[in-house]
Design a binder for this molecule. Structure first.
Ligand code: AMP
Length: 151
């Protein structure tokens, strides 16, 4: 698959290396050139410097023919906005935004933006680990529509 990863932080760079190892074609976009150091010297994918909400940058990254677009910058708004562009403007088949804020993740999911809320996933996993519970299924950790998202 052709995979575009927006944001080359800890998650983005780790995901890029995992996807490459699994044989995918990976392009990583970040506005800060120094961030690409996290990919390591052996990285065989493509790197593009630019703002992930800028359509020209996304085109340079190959969004028009991408199968997957995943936004994992440290900004929820940037992730939501770039995924909406990838989905509606460029019809990327599998767009995904990492959202820290559970409330926003629920709200945008209801609006049709594909989101994953790592705050909820981490909290549930840590709780289960601490309580010595048997781990659940992926959907137990990823679900967005429950009371844990509400404060
Ligand atoms: P982290 O703080 O480890 O989650 O890393 C987030 C990464 O996202 C950093 O490398 C930032 O430079 C990058 N980033 C944040 N906003 C944007 C943006 N609008 N466009 C491209 N990269 C961004």
């Amino acid at each position: 698959m052709k995979v575009i990863i927006l944001g080359c932080g800890r998650v983005g760079s780790t995901l890029a290396r995992l996807m490459l190892r699994d044989g995918h074609q990976v392009t990583v976009v970040d506005k800060n050139i120094d961030a690409f150091r996290r990919l390591g010297p052996e990285f065989k994918g493509t790197t593009i410097i630019g703002n992930g909400t800028d359509e020209e940058t996304l085109k340079k990254a190959g969004v028009e023919s991408a199968d997957v677009f995943v936004a994992v910058t440290n900004g929820d708004n940037t992730n939501i906005m770039s995924v909406q562009i990838a989905k509606t403007k460029f019809q990327v088949p599998k767009p995904l935004a990492r959202i820290y804020d559970p409330i926003r993740a629920c709200a945008y999911q209801e609006l049709g933006v594909d989101t994953i809320c790592t705050t909820l996933i981490d909290s549930r996993l840590i709780r289960d680990h601490l309580l010595g519970r048997e781990l659940g299924l992926a959907e137990d950790y990823c679900s967005l529509n429950d009371e844990e998202a509400v404060v």
